[in-house]
Write a protein that binds this ligand. Structure first.
Ligand code: DAH
Length: 340
């Protein structure tokens, strides 16, 4: 038999289903859910009234109540999902999601830093460690210990930045050879990239501050052949396997014999010979100077020999990338820098 409560539940359900369908936003829908299924809600109230029913009615009405609760709950959820979808649709109205997004400009390493990193990697593969030293140097580390006499033109006030206290901005990274030998005993195998400073007129090929990379290898039986093999391997890795080399006799106070290294390769500067580095076998006078400072004979010239080299990273970057003016590296113009 159909009882009154069954009819009441049914009519409530019908009414509420219409209300759900007409609900225009999520807040309204939530209010409806609470009004219906919340504590003291309209549907919940029927559960409380179950005890008024007879033994036969109870299970039937209970079942209807459960089915109604399930049906209404899922109707509420469906309507909620539909409202969310509708809202998202509105938010994207007029937006073409196939258009390319906004690009975030990301920074990059400066071209000289990139070259320094590449050069460092190549030397590290040959077992060279990184060494460092101060930019503000003593005359002894920058010149005297490197066998450079007091009247050498590089020491001139017109060429070098001197501090009031007599120290100076290092004119080359060769001072790091001395800093390293003061601290270590052979075998020594280091490279040292860093800034160098000269009182030069700034023009297309000169800056007052530029970047060098120094190398030093001291051990038993180090030969000129080792020097040549090391530098040729390095520059071939950096510039390409077909590079040719010329070791031209030259003079540096701290090496004997000394050379300038020229490179020629079809891809660079129209195949012209380019001067790229200075190098040589460490002059025993350098060992003697450092021994005297150390107070020992760690660098015994009878037992040890060494080679050293140095080259300018700015100049190398110019050659490699065909950059006509060294000032482009320091001007900070994004149009230039973003090409690297
Ligand atoms: N220090 C030299 C310069 O600045 C470059 C150089 C030449 C470094 C010969 C060396 C070397 O280590 O052996 O021009």
């Amino acid at each position: 038999m159909f009882c009154l409560m069954e009819a009441q539940i049914e009519s409530l359900c019908l009414k509420v289903l219409k209300e759900i369908a007409a609900c225009g936003d999520e807040a309204q829908l939530e209010a409806l859910r609470v009004r219906l299924l919340g504590r003291g809600g309209e549907l919940t109230a029927f559960s409380d009234r179950m005890r008024e029913l007879s033994k036969e009615e109870k299970p039937r009405v209970g079942k209807i109540l459960n089915e109604s609760r399930t049906a209404l709950t899922s109707a509420l959820e469906e309507r909620k999902a539909a409202l969310v979808a509708e809202q998202e649709g509105k938010a994207f109205a007029g937006v073409d999601v196939t258009l390319p997004g906004t690009a975030f400009p990301s920074g990059a390493l400066h071209p000289i830093t990139q070259l320094m990193d590449r050069a460092t990697q190549i030397f590290r593969r040959m077992g060279f460690a990184l060494a460092d030293g101060p930019d503000i140097e003593t005359e002894w580390h920058c010149f005297d210990a490197l066998n450079t006499p007091a009247d050498h033109p590089a020491r001139n006030e017109a060429d070098t930045f001197y501090m009031p206290d007599g120290r100076l901005l290092r004119t080359h990274t060769s001072s790091i050879q001395i800093r390293t030998l003061e601290q270590m005993a052979p075998p020594v195998r280091i490279i040292a990239p860093g800034a160098a400073y000269r009182r030069d007129e700034v023009d297309a090929t000169h800056l007052a501050q530029f970047t060098q990379m120094e190398g030093l290898y001291v051990d038993e039986n180090v030969t000129l052949g080792d020097l040549r093999g090391t530098l040729e391997f390095f520059f071939r890795e950096l510039l390409g396997g077909d590079a040719e080399f010329r070791f031209r006799p030259h003079f540096f106070p701290f090496t004997e014999p000394s050379f300038e290294v020229d490179v020629r390769t079809a891809g660079l500067a129209g195949g012209r010979w380019l001067e790229i580095a200075g190098c040589g076998m460490v002059d025993p006078a350098v060992f003697h100077a450092v021994n005297a400072r150390r107070g020992d004979q760690a660098l015994d010239p009878e037992r040890f020999s060494g080679f050293a080299f140095g080259f300018g990273l700015d100049r190398l970057a110019m050659i490699q990338s065909g950059v006509p003016d060294i000032r482009l590296f320091t001007d900070g113009d994004q149009r230039f820098l973003s090409q690297f």
